[in-house]
Write a protein that binds this ligand. Structure first.
Ligand code: F85
Length: 835
């Protein structure tokens, strides 16, 4: 054993025994002033808002740290099973408000600050979003952590501490510009660096085979170039229950070893400078949400996370159990958030065999009982594959292990289906060809004890198509876990007005038992309750309108229908279909067809992957249409469109509270689940949507009468594909013809003629994978039903209340209880009390 110079040799009694901190507003604000004045060294003349924010964050963090320790002591004492949620993305957003809410100090502290002349909302607004994720998958991980802490489950998140998170989106001349997100520049008061737990991760080099004293063959990984992994811990508080779990994020750092050859040759500065390369691994989040194949740095990130996290778990294991791994599989579970951390499979095998001297069979038994895999997509371009050559260069030992896993697996396939060569080829983890590829999803399915999709339809489609062969071989591995979102952030915090009305009406149990919202349903028939509900929505719409005016320069009138689509820009999500509808409304206005008009304000927001040209062009179209509508007085009071720049978690907190209509209009079968749809529903928006992902379950819960359905089903999409004739559809539809002609004629691109031609082409392409034209008429009709319903305020408000009332299923608490019942089987562990 090496001694770690960063760790002192024995515990120091009393070093951390301190009296409990006060949870009253006075204690918190006193600490806040001490941090401001003494720790940060500021005075009354220096009211840089960021220091005010940091001081408040630090005084709250102290309260979290007390509970954090007592949670960990409770876990250690019980020595129970734990789950590790491995994810390349945790889209945490802001932490301050959530910490105050969950610690139950929000109202009192807000008042005490006001007495000092400070406004909590303004302080909270200083915090940068932690944008360490692309979209739904990353935000799901964040909601899951909140639910695990609230349910007092011993679950830890492992991820990467990207120096630069999701890029900031600027819109200039209607085009997306990407700016780096240096979110850590002013420091991050929520993280605690733990350099004493630094680990080493190897890259490159080769395997060396040798015999030990007993004549057993072993492998060691030699001549590697190594990188250090430094952990940063972030506290994850449960809702008012004393539990604080951990999110551990790894940062890459150079080793302190010199390349002696270069050193001796006098290249001292070059040798030091070369160390920089190591730190690049955790420099930036890949801003791609559907395809990023073959990028070596991305594979480095994935292995870096998997290796550091597994070493960390094994180090803690051996500290307690020594080399005895007989209980390991009963006490540990690794949940893989998509295939991104799937290097964990061969890495766990390697660590168990090469570092801890287990046999293949022992290591494989542990691996296949501890790893579980969640799939988030069916889109072929989003399925991860790594070129075998690159993989072997970067991770030679892991490639050997993957080949061995595959050889044994193919033998199993051959025994089950003798002579079925085609099936062996189809199911092989390594896809053969000119440039052989590792299919990471297959590796995860073969090694995992559980494979789940994220909504009922999605899980069914996985079994029927993508993993059909595997489903036949391992039917019991496959299961569904419909996504959810945390009601703390997405209702209690983001919509305080509605939360207060709900609590006044049914008590506050809903915050941790969201099914209780069902008790709101009878109140939908009470006119006084409906009036309050409507007034709150109106106030929230004012807040949203302020944000839109500030960020887009477009004024939304709160009496209009607020129609919102916010999500990553992608063809399958069909922001284009939304725009075709907006242009159709504009066209109706220009033709004077405005009898019984419902005023409508349409908001679209989302980022396009920087290399995704079509998505960027859709943004350009959205902004251009918005501008034409804005500048045309004929649309006044009837129609607005705005494209909101830099859509992110903190923007959604304002948006979801102020939305009337939630757009969930993907081509059926393409959106695995969606989670924005759930946030909108909780906040009383009605959904216009296809039968896709979790929309199907939302409609089931809300009732068909309280959902605006349109479009082909997933089955119809596939059966009609071969005979799809968009030109015929366009020719038969005067409205669609006029809409496309307006775009083609350059009405929205007067100074850049032709720039939208690829978009018009895509709609009329018989091979359009998203079949936009097929759903146009049905969408327009559904939008007409929306407009008509909205004109009857009572029935709209009734439907809005019934949607919130029916949203209980979409709490991530329910999702996590499902994971725990079927996969993790962890006990709920109360934290030690803070005395
Ligand atoms: C989303 N996936 C699905 N992927 O699209 C939603 O339907 C679903 O609700 C949520 O997951 C949650 O289950 C998603 O967000 C990514 O962000 C993503 C990121 C990177 C990559 C692929 C997908 C690469 C690196 C493989 C390109």
């Amino acid at each position: 054993m090496h001694t770690n110079p960063l760790i002192i040799s024995k515990p120091v009694a009393g070093i951390a025994d301190l009296p409990a901190l006060g949870m009253d507003a006075t204690s918190i604000v006193n600490d806040f002033r001490r941090y401001f004045s003494h720790t940060l060294g500021r005075d009354k003349m220096c009211l840089a808002a960021y220091h005010v924010y940091t001081s408040l964050a630090l005084s709250l963090r102290d309260r979290l740290v007390e509970r954090w320790k007592n949670t960990q002591y409770a876990y250690e004492e019980l020595n129970c099973k734990r789950t590790y949620y491995l994810s390349l993305e945790f889209l945490m957003g802001r932490t301050l408000g959530n910490a105050m809410l969950n610690l139950d100090v929000d109202t009192a502290t807000s008042e005490a600050l006001r007495n000092l002349g400070l406004v909590l909302e303004e302080i909270a607004d200083q915090e940068n979003d932690a944008g360490l994720g692309n979209g739904g998958l990353g935000r799901l991980a964040a909601c899951f952590l909140d639910s695990c802490a609230t349910l007092q489950l011993p679950v830890m998140g492992y991820g990467i501490r990207y120096e630069y998170g999701m890029f900031r989106q600027k819109i200039e001349n209607c085009a997306q510009l990407e700016e780096p997100d240096h979110w850590l520049r002013d420091g991050n008061p929520w993280e605690i660096e733990r350099p004493e737990h630094t680990l080493r991760v190897q890259f490159g080099g080769r395997s060396e085979y040798f015999h030990d004293g007993d004549g057993r063959l072993h492998v060691r990984w030699v001549d590697s170039s190594d990188v250090m992994a430094v952990p940063y811990d972030i506290p994850i508080p449960g809702y008012r229950n004393g539990t604080v779990n951990t999110l551990r994020l790894w940062k890459a750092a150079a080793t302190d070893e010199f390349n002696l050859n270069e050193f001796n040759a006098g290249s001292y500065t070059e040798a030091v400078a070369a160390k920089n390369a190591a730190e690049h691994i955790t420099m930036v989040l890949y801003p791609n949400d559907s395809s990023e194949n073959g990028k070596e740095l991305r594979l480095r990130q994935q292995y870096f996370l998997a290796s550091a996290s597994l070493q960390d778990v094994l180090r803690n294991w051996t500290a307690v159990h020594g080399g005895n791994f007989s209980q390991f599989a009963d006490k540990n579970c690794f949940q893989l958030n998509d295939t991104h951390p799937t290097c964990a499979v061969p890495e766990l095998m390697r660590l168990l065999m090469d570092e801890h001297r287990l046999t293949w069979d022992q290591a494989w038994n542990i691996t296949r009982h501890t790893v579980a895999y969640t799939n988030h997509t069916l889109l072929p371009e989003a399925l991860e594959r790594w070129p075998v050559r690159m993989f072997g260069r970067l991770l030679p030992r892991l490639l050997e292990i993957i080949r061995e896993i595959n050889a044994r697996f193919i033998t199993e396939v051959a025994l089950r289906w003798p002579g079925d060569i085609d099936r062996q080829r189809r199911m092989s983890i390594i896809e053969e060809g000119d440039d052989p590829q590792i299919r990471m999803a297959y590796l995860a399915v073969v090694a995992g004890c559980s494979v789940n999709g994220v909504a009922e339809l999605h899980s069914q489609l996985l079994q029927k198509h993508l993993f059909h062969d595997f489903f036949e071989l391992f039917p019991t591995k496959f299961n569904n876990k419909t996504n959810g979102v945390t009601p703390r952030r997405w209702l209690a915090w983001s919509n305080p007005r509605l939360a207060a009305l709900i609590t006044r009406t049914i008590g506050d149990g809903w915050i941790t038992a969201l099914d209780q919202l069902q008790r709101l349903a009878p109140h939908a028939d009470n006119p006084a309750f409906r009036a309050e509900w409507h007034a709150i929505k109106l106030a929230n719409k004012e807040d949203l309108a302020k944000m839109v005016e500030r960020d887009c320069g477009i004024r939304f009138a709160s009496g209009a229908l607020f129609d919102v689509q916010v999500k990553r820009i992608h063809e399958y999500k069909r922001q284009l279909l939304n725009l075709l509808h907006v242009i159709h409304l504009y066209d109706r206005i220009k033709r004077g067809d405005t009898a019984n008009w419902t005023p409508r304000c349409v908001l679209i927001g989302g980022k396009a992957a920087p290399g995704y040209q079509m998505a960027k062009r859709i943004i350009k179209l959205a902004c251009s249409v918005a501008r034409v509508i804005h500048e045309d007085p004929a649309t006044d009071g009837l129609l607005k469109l705005a494209f909101l720049p830099d859509y992110r978690v903190s923007a959604m907190e304002v948006i979801c509270a102020g939305t009337d209509l939630s757009e969930q209009i993907s081509t059926a079968g393409k959106e695995a689940s969606g989670t924005g749809n759930m946030k909108f529903m909780m906040n009383g928006a009605l959904t216009i949507g296809t039968l896709d992902g979790a929309n199907i379950e939302i409609r089931e819960e809300a009732g068909a009468d309280n959902f605006f359905l349109f479009g082909l089903t997933a089955e119809e999409v596939e059966s009609q594909r071969s005979s799809y004739d968009p030109d015929a559809i366009i020719a038969a539809d005067e409205d669609l013809t006029r809409v496309l002609r307006l775009i083609s004629a350059g009405h929205f691109s007067l100074f850049e003629p032709g720039i939208f031609e690829p978009i018009v082409q895509a709609v009329s392409n018989p091979y359009d994978p998203w079949m936009t034209a097929a759903d146009f008429r049905s969408y327009i009709e559904a939008q007409q039903r929306v407009a008509q319903t909205y004109r009857d305020r009572d029935s709209w408000t009734r439907m809005s209340i019934l949607n919130t009332a029916a949203s209980g299923k979409f709490s991530s608490d329910r999702t996590i209880l499902d994971y725990n019942r079927d996969i993790w089987r962890l006990p709920q562990v109360p934290a030690w009390p803070v005395k």
